[in-house]
Design a protein around this ligand. Sequence first.
Ligand code: ADP
Length: 399
Amino acid sequence: MTALAWVIAVVALAVAAIAIVALRRSREVVEVAPAVEQPAIGPEVDALSAAFDALPMTAVLVGPASEVDRINPAALRAFPFLRTGVGVLEAFGDHMLASRVRDALASGEDDDFELKLFVEGRRTFRVQVVPFVVDGARGAVMTLQDATQAVAYQDLRSQFVANVSHELRTPLTGLRGMLEALEDPDLPPDMRADFVSRSRFETERLEALIDDILFLSELEAAQGDPSGERSDMGAVAHGVVDELQGEAAEQGVRLEVDAHDGLWTALTDRMAHTVVRNLAENAVRYAGTGSIATVRVQRAGADVQVEVQDDGLGIPEKDVPHVFERFYRADPSRSRRLGGTGLGLSIVKHIAERLGGSASVTSREGFGTIVTVTIPAARPPVTDVPGDAGMGSGARLRW
Ligand code: ADP
């Protein structure tokens, strides 16, 4: 939850508590007050009632015997089965919630905790219980805020940190072992040369991993479109295929390109290059010797479609739905051996979705793979501005 959301929640809670205390007081006053005084009290009660009803989170007024006295409309929207006049246990069907409310009423101390409830599936709520006393009787205001997304995001972050640590540890452990071996003056020269080259490979893998993690976090931090940027996906495809010809030859894969220039998107050069390169590199790495891989860029309605197709080994059916997840590899040892970070496709998907596009994969083991990325087409850059080095040149590399 952001700081602003916390402030809003605290202010809302304070308003609720004040509203309810005042509401109860004024109700009692209304009951005992002579009729002539009612008009002066009425508007205040109305305003406080309205304030309670307007609270954006589920707000419940609990009476001294832990019964639900009053609920606001947000509560009914979130919990359509809620009703007044029953105990908290009956109202929410949760023993932990009922006992925490009872304890707060008994002790007079605020409580704040997370709770999982079954409402349209299992959802996590942040519950705050604030007891108050009016004329010797204790009541409490209880608010529930749906924290399912925040908790899921937190879990994802923790998982990501654990994965990153694991991914960093593996090459580091290898490096350390090899450095220790290299300290041995009696190490045969051929083994020494092998360890040095493997150490270099592990260092490069670490570099690639750190670059990918940083890029991913830059992508997450950046908001909205990288407006004003333009990249010609056709030209980028030709460039990437040229770059990868050496690696394709090493892997025994024929890499072809089917694209013409002038297929513009609002990606930065780095993003465009990353999208095409990650897809083409995967085809080169995983299709297998004797395969043909084609990088195709074409217009598809209002979009530009980048499609990399190979007739190689394909992806096992059980892995296909997961390949866009961070650090997911269908063939971990092959990926690591060839310098893969497990982040390539998740970065591609992130980039495409940031511009309102999408990424998908179709694959069949033994038949091949097609990865398709769709990105909204953009108007070509304005080229008639004299001295505008930013259009179509490398001068606007930002990411
Ligand atoms: P990596 O760095 O491991 O390549 P990616 O996110 O780019 O990570 O890809 C995830 C996994 O998807 C790869 O490890 C690989 O197992 C599988 N994969 C991706 N593209 C292909 C392809 N063209 N053919 C077969 N498997 C592929």
